[in-house]
Design a binder for this molecule. Structure first.
Ligand SMILES: NC(=O)c1ccc[n+]([C@@H]2O[C@H](COP(=O)([O-])OP(=O)(O)OC[C@H]3O[C@@H](n4cnc5c(N)ncnc54)[C@H](OP(=O)(O)O)[C@@H]3O)[C@@H](O)[C@H]2O)c1
Length: 272
């Protein structure tokens, strides 16, 4: 059994999860990542456990395996998640809404419930949830994704209050656009309504430009390490320049200004 601090990062096969796992390893943690494909997801400087966050049995088995190997868990980074390609809210069925919540929100609930008893027994632990700036600033044509990330905010804030006296702290990290495979891994809405074809084409351009210019996942990973290590973690951290700006506008500018910024950034009222 190890004396080193042990961290588990879900969705560590790529992007923000992989960068966070690498940075936590470099910071001295004994890190395990997860992927639905397990170790078949490729070679990395940390082992990958097989995990599907939508499956109770898979979550139970991964945590059992981690505890068998290490006997403790100090940091859980709930990172696994996906989006629905920019799509109108009415283009997704209730089943599709349930499926995005199943991964982005209930995945966090499942993992948290699996690790909390162990962290409580240890009298310490950190749960770090990768939310999104869309968890506090809802963007159109990402309605279900934004709703799932709002759920992450509410859950994280409540949980942090509940667990603080047990030595466990919960933080949520809110990036904006980050250059990863996220947009490429977006799933299509259930139906494409032709009424939205024009705005869909316009948004595809806006989002691909924003993703091309976006900051790297290491920017988020640095915040993950900070939330894991600092003595007094905050409940919310923005990550990256754009998220900082939007958070600032949300806090200090009139709501009508944020409304304009959102519409302008997506060119929603542009003529062509
Ligand atoms: N990139 C951005 O612009 C951005 C901005 C704000 C927030 N975020 C959030 O950051 C997190 C990571 O996204 P990313 O940008 O790094 O995208 P990514 O490169 O597509 O990575 C997503 C990861 O999630 C895993 N995953 C997806 N569904 C899963 C499931 N059911 N069970 C287990 N793992 C699952 C994938 O692993 P496998 O396919 O190997 O299983 C993959 O490692 C997400 O929560 C996303 O919402 C991203």
């Amino acid at each position: 059994m190890t004396k080193k601090r042990v961290a588990l990062v879900t969705g560590a096969s790529s992007g923000i999860g992989e960068a966070s796992a690498r940075k936590l390893s470099a910071a001295g943690y004994r890190v395990y990542g997860t992927s639905r494909r397990g170790s078949q997801a490729g070679k990395r400087p940390f082992p990958l456990l097989t995990l599907d966050v939508t499956d109770d049995a898979s979550v139970g088995a991964a945590i059992e395996e981690l505890l068998r190997l290490e006997g403790r868990i100090d940091v859980l980074v709930n990172n696994a998640g996906f989006g629905i390609a920019p799509a109108a809210a009415e283009e997704s069925s209730a089943e599709q809404a349930m499926s995005i919540f199943d991964t982005n929100f209930l995945g966090i609930v499942r993992l948290s419930r699996a690790v909390i008893p162990h962290m409580r027994r240890q009298g310490s632990g950190r749960i770090i949830n990768i939310g999104s700036i869309l968890g506090i600033v809802p963007l159109p044509y990402m309605a279900l994704y934004a709703a799932s990330k709002h759920a992450v905010e509410g859950y994280s804030g409540a949980l942090d209050h509940e667990l603080r006296t047990q030595g466990i702290r919960v933080s949520v990290i809110e990036p904006a656009y980050i250059k990863t495979q996220f947009a490429a891994n977006n799933i299509e809405p259930d139906v494409r309504l032709e009424e939205y074809d024009l705005i869909r084409a316009k948004l595809a351009k806006v989002v691909s430009k924003a993703m091309a210019e976006a900051e790297s996942p290491e920017v988020v990973a640095d915040v993950v390490v900070k939330a894991a290590q600092t003595l007094h973690p905050k409940m919310r951290y923005t990550a990256g320049r754009l998220a900082d700006q939007l958070n600032f506008i949300l806090r200090f500018a009139p709501a009508s200004f944020l409304d304009k910024v959102v519409r302008k950034s997506l060119q929603l009222d542009a003529k062509e």
